[in-house]
Design a protein around this ligand. Sequence first.
Ligand code: FVH
Length: 294
Amino acid sequence: MTADVSTSTPVTLLGLGAMGTALARTWLAAGHPLTVWNRTAARTEPLVAEGATAAATAAEAVAASDLVILCLLDDASVDEALKGVDLTGKDLVNLTTTTPAQARERAAWATARGARYLDGGIMAVPPMIGVPEAGGYVFYSGAPDLFETHEKTLAVPAGTRFVGADPGHAALHDVALLSAMYGMIAGATHAFALIREESIDPVAFAPLLTEWITAMAGPHMAQTAEHLKSGDYTADVVSNLGMQTAGVPTFLATAEQQGVSPGLLVPFFNLMHRRLTQGTPEEGLTGVVDLLLR
Ligand code: FVH
């Protein structure tokens, strides 16, 4: 194992979409020799003007560096891009969003081809790349020594968080956090719909939503985690399931009065009711987690 302490570490990057291009610029700015390849070759041109070397084929790009980063649309595009490419001795870091199972299969696939493999899940949008204060980072999982070897190079575009040797765990963390984000957006969507037809300024309403969601998120996440760990779903509960379930008709009636479909909330309310029949009114919402397991 060699420690990656130098900005002279050559990097190959396959995929120059919005995210790949943002990543590429940070390695160039940090002084890394960068070879790029993209299915649509024209996308390499601005980067070549900034100092990158364009490879004519994916095979040529892979041959140029020991460290090969992938940032392609999906798992199928990784298959297509690397079909027939010699990966022997290469360190593959796949930042393409996939399922945990696809990440594990890709790790086995890479190993069978003589490569070492790290999977990554990007928790950032392109404008956050290369902007440390924006707070973006990438989950990594796979061989710990491989992560250590390339940690400094990988930290150039965004922060790094290694989440274990299971190559599926970066993707699992990524999808879990994004799933929570969609739940949050669903709730905000319902809230905006409730005020849509009223003389309430959505621009004034937005910070109220942000403050409330932010205030609720920390304590809720922490308590759910503690409950799941201890198995005691009643510990330190402030707003119990009995009280919250009793409030459901108010939410449904308000939606009805505002002419808003309750469709985004009803599935969760139904789970709360189901849990109430199985658990106790004194517990919080943690029991709903168990109801989702099939
Ligand atoms: N952009 C974002 O906000 C999110 C943030 C979180 C992480 N995602 C994931 O990052 C991967 C790449 O996303 P992207 O934003 O760069 O995506 P696009 O701009 O759509 O570029 C897609 C690139 O993939 C190439 N590509 C597509 N299909 C193939 C294929 N069959 N063979 C080879 N390459 C392929 C495409 O090439 P081209 O269309 O320019 O020829 C682009 O380089 C992604 O997993 C996100 O989920 C981004």
